[in-house]
Write a protein that binds this ligand. Structure first.
Ligand SMILES: Nc1ncnc2c1ncn2[C@@H]1O[C@H](COP(=O)(O)OP(=O)(O)O)[C@@H](O)[C@H]1O
Ligand SMILES: [Mg+2]
Length: 213
């Protein structure tokens, strides 16, 4: 059996990742794919506990390096238990954030060394990379405005400069990995964003399934 495709959705807070995930899930199911939707941090019992550790307030705070180690430990479990088995079974995996988020938040946002993060990724990924990454991009204030009413976690309480560094790091990844990252202008209506998403998805699906034949 050909393995399924691994699709990740990235972007800063409130940019529309969860909204986009449900559109992707529907479109993929409608076209006959078996889909697993998951998220990081999270996706396994261990991952959800790490998510709580990372997103909740702590008395002393956590350094970017400690955050990254926790995230990669949870990611190793997520890959082993959820992502790799689903892909091997021919399912398509759609993940709300993945390693690019660690580069963007811990690397760009908190200043953790990029090469150190890349070496952790090499160990933990064991050669697996997303086949397609949808980077939803909008000015930081647009996303923050969209989530103004909701309760904020440790990251969502960060300042605009932090998110500007995160956004810049994401755009840098898009430039360095054009073979898999597609930037989508998220500062538009949900319909316009979904229109682009679905066009990118159709083009990707044709290429991915064409290559598998
Ligand atoms: N393109 C858009 N235009 C306006 N509002 C949007 C758009 N996309 C999402 N939203 C709204 O913004 C809020 C944050 O969206 P969400 O998908 O939860 O973002 P994220 O998962 O990236 O934090 C939600 O209330 C959602 O309905
Ligand atoms: Mg979300």
């Amino acid at each position: 059996m050909t393995r399924g495709a691994f699709i990740t959705v990235e972007g800063t807070e409130g940019v529309g990742k969860s909204t986009c995930l449900s559109a992707l899930d529907t479109a993929l199911r409608d076209s006959g794919h078996r889909v697993v939707v998951t998220r990081e941090p999270g996706g396994t019992a261990l991952g959800e506990r790490v998510r709580d550790l990372i997103l909740d307030e702590h008395d002393g705070g956590l350094s970017g390096e400690i955050e990254a180690l926790l995230l990669f430990a949870a990611r190793a479990r997520h890959l082993e238990r959820v992502i790799a088995p689903a892909l091997a079974d021919g399912k398509w995996v759609v993940c709300d954030r993945f390693t690019d988020a660690t580069h963007a938040y811990q690397g760009g946002g908190r200043g953790v060394d990029r090469r150190w993060l890349e070496s952790l990724a090499r160990i933990v990924h064991e050669g697996l990379e997303p086949d397609l990454t949808l980077l939803l991009d909008a000015p930081v204030e647009v996303g923050l405005r969209r989530i103004r009413g909701r309760e904020h976690d440790r990251f969502e309480k960060e300042h605009t400069d932090f998110f500007s560094r995160v956004r810049a790091a994401y755009l840098d990844i898009a430039e360095r990995a054009p073979h898999r990252v597609r930037r989508i202008d998220a500062d538009r209506s949900v319909d316009a964003v979904n229109g682009d998403l679905l066009a990118v998805l159709r083009e990707f699906t044709a290429r991915f399934e064409g290559a598998g034949k």
